[in-house]
Write a protein that binds this ligand. Sequence first.
Ligand SMILES: Cc1cc2nc3c(=O)[nH]c(=O)nc-3n(C[C@H](O)[C@H](O)[C@H](O)COP(=O)(O)O)c2cc1C
Length: 215
Amino acid sequence: MRTIGVRTALHAEGAAAQPDAPRKPDAVCFVPRVMTRAPILAISGSLRTSSVNSAALRAAAASAAADGIAIAIDGDSVRLLPPFDSDLEAERPPLVAAFDAACLAAPGLLISVPEYAHGIPGAFKNALDWTVGSGSLYAKPVGVLDVAPPGRGGYVRQALDHVFAAMQSDVVRYAVPIAAADRDAGGEIVGAAALASLADAVRDFAARTGLHVAA
Ligand SMILES: Cc1cc2nc3c(=O)[nH]c(=O)nc-3n(C[C@H](O)[C@H](O)[C@H](O)COP(=O)(O)O)c2cc1C
């Protein structure tokens, strides 16, 4: 079992829950957090049904499952979270609280995000904004699948780097370009080289999160 320190408002609540811990709701504090067996959380930055980013995460999750690595795909939060409003942080909407709790519990976040207008899709950035106050992605391993073809996606890579640097997440990126020829008629990824790259990526990422990966 691994423990990791995190500093957030949520963790201040955690400290208060301990019998002898002083109650410091507004203080930044540092409390050991026991890593659980929660799955890696996978989130696509695209809402499109035929999204290549979502397909890459589905293929990654399937490959991981074959290796005994649990990846849970959150296909709802990015679409359903309300627009970020710091006025709501004191009493967060249930969807926000659930999303944030899932981020906090996950040993790592695996994401795949398209580039829109040289930036991060707004709905995805909105989801990230909701985690800032609690710090649920602080020091969190974040694996970024770069599925854009060579020469594309440079701006969103840079933008994601800036955002995760601000949140002090622990980012690792994987270049796994997916071509149209790598997908079947339903949009699922079937290209052998692409699937092998995704499998390598999830194995490496799972190991970085501290999960045991079967040989
Ligand atoms: C509104 C919009 C803006 C886009 N802007 C860019 C861009 O600035 N740079 C780029 O490389 N691709 C851009 N694209 C292409 C998408 O990144 C590309 O189609 C990607 O595969 C979409 O991801 P998805 O298939 O997961 O939905 C844009 C697409 C749309 C719909």
